[in-house]
Design a protein around this ligand. Structure first.
Ligand SMILES: [Zn+2]
Length: 239
């Protein structure tokens, strides 16, 4: 191993990696008062999602840590049920959720701690004009798309988790594959709106080239294995 290749490893390893926490917002949390579209069990995953993001976010291979948010107008026909309409999530018509500017549209308060925000590099929001399940439809405050900001950091691998597995996490993962990224989904860090959809969703992701790992421990090992030689000194080239 030459000094040059060690430096390259420390600068990002063979798989420059992005973490993407999908829609960890109060509006989807079953423990958030007044949540518009609570996902069963989601609230119980907040701390694990946060701690994973902080620990993995410090790995030398990780060059981007991104959060996404559903960020809707009050009326979004065809996605948010109007008064008198019955929400039917199976047909992708949902109760009112993620309305821009409301407390529930913000990142979950137990997720967005100062420690978490210290590792986040980018935040994208989606769904302003039309329903958007994939975070790849999101943009950052300067209007840059998720794909553009990942490519600008030469990201090769995308680790995806959050809420909710069968809709936004799955759509994001599949868009990631279509965009040429190596995509990993961490299922223990996801929650699912309808448990009947979990098995078919996971099988569908795997069939379409997504690497599905179950536990955050497995995902941490995956992320930290790359460029681990630079881990002890914060990623600077070893002398
Ligand atoms: Zn939505």
């Amino acid at each position: 191993v030459t000094a040059g290749s060690r430096a390259a490893d420390a600068a990002g390893g063979p798989h420059p990696t992005a973490l993407l926490a999908v829609d960890v917002q109060g509006t989807f949390a079953d423990d958030f008062p007044g949540a518009g579209l609570p996902v069963p069990g989601a609230g119980a995953t907040v701390e694990r999602i946060r701690d994973f993001t902080v620990r993995a976010g410090r790995a030398p291979a990780v060059v981007k840590v991104v959060t996404s948010q559903d960020w809707h107008p009050e009326h979004l026909p065809g996605h948010i049920a109007e008064p008198g309409e019955v929400p039917t999530p199976a047909a992708r018509l949902f109760p009112r959720h993620g309305v821009a500017g409301t407390p529930e549209a913000e990142l979950h308060p137990r997720f967005a701690t100062p420690e978490l925000l210290s590792v986040v590099t980018d935040q994208v929001r989606k769904g302003q004009a039309a329903a958007a399940f994939s975070a790849f439809e999101g943009t950052d405050p300067s209007g840059r798309t998720l794909g553009a900001l990942l490519r600008s950091a030469r990201v090769a691998r995308l680790v995806v988790y959050g809420w909710e597995l069968a809709n936004c996490v799955a759509a994001t993962a599949l868009d990631g594959v279509a965009s040429g990224f190596e995509v990993v989904v961490v299922t223990d860090l996801c929650s699912v709106l309808d448990p009947r959809h979990e098995r078919e969703t996971v099988a569908g992701l795997a069939a379409r080239g997504v690497r599905v790992v179950r536990s955050e421990e497995e995902a941490l090992a995956l992320v930290w294995d790359d460029g681990a030689s630079g881990a002890s000194n914060g990623g600077a080239p070893a002398e």
